[in-house]
Design a protein around this ligand. Structure first.
Ligand SMILES: [Zn+2]
Length: 317
């Protein structure tokens, strides 16, 4: 068995055991080497004045990347991703003994909020001393479909990401006042990068006439609102579930009626349903990345958005 297939199998088993709706891995991710399972701890060198290490745990990938930027190069501050970078969204995620072990090391837990971390009650009960940073504070939420609560995919909009980064920076400063000036400086620097990317995307996308898109699960409403795109269909509302024949037929009808040219799959999902729709309608399948998995690097979120921009320019031209 070669190592590529071994890693793929490992990823498949991991997604079976650590069930997570939004994190089904495929060969594409394994090929990209995105599932380096032990890359989750990034250590800054040295210790703070008290000679102690402050460990901050982030709940999952996007808030981990944000926190990594905010705590960048601060001696004695370590940022750890609680879940593996391949985990994806935390819908229906069951917290594991390993996650609890990560949390036990931490003084501060940075979460997305808005209902993404459904296990928070348990964490707060078991670890009453853990300081919680809620990055969703003050952000206007979009209602989910049907009886779902609010849509928790805030970070997919860069404006929300900026608000989340500011929230994290401010709340970290409150819990660790000694480093407040450093958090502030890092926050401002990172926000400038995010604003530059958002401006670039607006310049490129604001003039486009064709604004109808079809996406996978409910990750893109905030992104669509930011760039004035119309989501005219969602292929799989329930993460990981294949659409029924009836749902597929409805979507095919809508794609034909609205002359939709582009279907957007996500790298975290197999694109089978999208390909079926494409075959029936002549629309093309592109990949739009909601930034729920990726490399454990500070610049990853901005790079992902930059790739999304290129994809949209190609797909909607
Ligand atoms: Zn999701």
């Amino acid at each position: 068995m070669n190592s590529k297939y071994f890693r793929l199998l490992t990823a498949v088993f991991a997604s079976l055991f650590i069930f997570c709706g939004c994190g089904i891995q495929n060969a594409h991710d394994a090929d990209n080497g995105q599932n380096k399972s032990d890359a989750s701890a990034i250590m800054n060198s040295g210790t703070n004045d008290a000679g102690k290490t402050l460990t901050i745990v982030a709940s999952f990938y996007p808030v981990y990347i944000f926190t990594l930027n905010i705590a960048r190069d601060i001696p004695g501050v370590n940022v750890i991703d609680m879940t593996k970078p391949m985990t994806g969204c935390l819908h229906d995620y069951s917290i594991t003994p390993e996650d609890m072990k990560n949390l036990e090391k931490a003084r501060i837990f940075v979460v997305n909020g808005a209902g993404m971390e459904s296990f928070m009650d348990r964490v707060i009960n078991q670890m009453p001393h853990l300081k919680i940073v809620d990055s969703s504070k003050g952000i206007q939420l979009i209602k989910g479909e049907g009886d779902e609560g609010d849509n928790p995919h805030l970070w997919v909009s860069i404006s929300n990401a900026i608000a989340q980064v500011r929230n994290i920076g401010e709340q970290l400063s409150g819990y660790d006042p000694e480093n407040a000036a450093k958090y502030k400086k890092n926050t401002d620097e990172y926000v400038r990068k995010l604003e530059a990317e958002r401006d670039k995307m607006h310049k490129a996308l604001d003039g486009i006439k064709n604004r109808d898109i079809i996406t996978f699960h409910e990750a893109f409403p905030y992104f669509a609102r930011e760039f004035n795109l119309n989501i005219v269909g969602v292929i799989e509302r329930e993460p990981g579930s294949e659409p029924s024949a009836k749902e597929l037929e409805d979507t095919i009808g809508r794609v034909k009626a609205l002359k939709v040219k582009a279907l957007f799959a996500e790298p975290q999902y197999p694109a089978k349903a999208a390909e079926t729709i494409a075959k029936e309608t002549g629309a093309r399948v592109y990949t739009l990345d909601p930034a729920v998995t990726g490399p454990m690097e500070a610049d990853a979120y901005v790079s992902i958005m930059d790739n999304n921009l290129k994809t949209l320019q190609e797909a909607l031209k």
